[in-house]
Design a protein around this ligand. Sequence first.
Ligand code: ADP
Ligand code: 5GP
Length: 205
Amino acid sequence: MESGGILILSGPSGSGKSTLCKYLQENIPNIYFSISTTTRSPREGEKNGKHYYFVSEEEFLKDIEESRFLEWAEVHGNYYGTSLAPIQEALNLEKLIVFDVDVQGHRSIKNYYPEAYSVFVTTKNQQVLRDRLNFRQTDSDETIRLRLMHAYNEMKHIEEFDYLIVNDEIKAAKEAILHIAKSLPYKQNVKNSACLCKKWLENLP
Ligand code: ADP
Ligand code: 5GP
């Protein structure tokens, strides 16, 4: 009866979503991390097929036309999309499926899979976010400015989420995400409980 569940992480760029997703991948055996397709250029160290599928705008538009995406959105001037086929395969294998998407992606995935749970990840203030984006050294000043501006709009959506992690001490944030992920099968059990009740009642003398 237990399935891994669906967990969506969203929040400002630089808040720590990738760090937390990586931690989940290292600590939960039956996990599938949804690798998005994007038209953004790879950052140093990012690998095609591991962090993202990096494609041209033409290829991305073709995927839209062929209805390959469960959802897609324009974020910070680039296209990002979630392919449907690998998600359905992971669902069949009862894996925990983890998404790192923006707030638009969160809404679309929740509409498609109402049983999904979601976590908003942020920092305790804007300055910490700015410091982390600078420290990461992966984006130009202009990109960082755009991402900080976008962060303000994303913060307005916090109440649409099931959980909020203020990623201050990384150890505490990692513990929090692991607790949430591990609790999902039990939350899922409640949603699937009609079948249990039916069988349970059948055993009455
Ligand atoms: P996102 O995926 O949300 O854009 P990242 O996971 O890439 O964010 O984190 C942005 C930067 O901040 C990275 O350099 C990461 O190592 C660092 N970082 C993440 N969480 C913390 C934390 N709690 N304390 C300090 N640095 C952190
Ligand atoms: P980054 O360029 O920093 O990797 O990601 C930028 C933003 O795009 C982040 O908020 C990330 O969650 C979001 N994102 C990544 N993949 C997808 C996706 O497939 N769909 C949507 N809607 N957003 C995505």
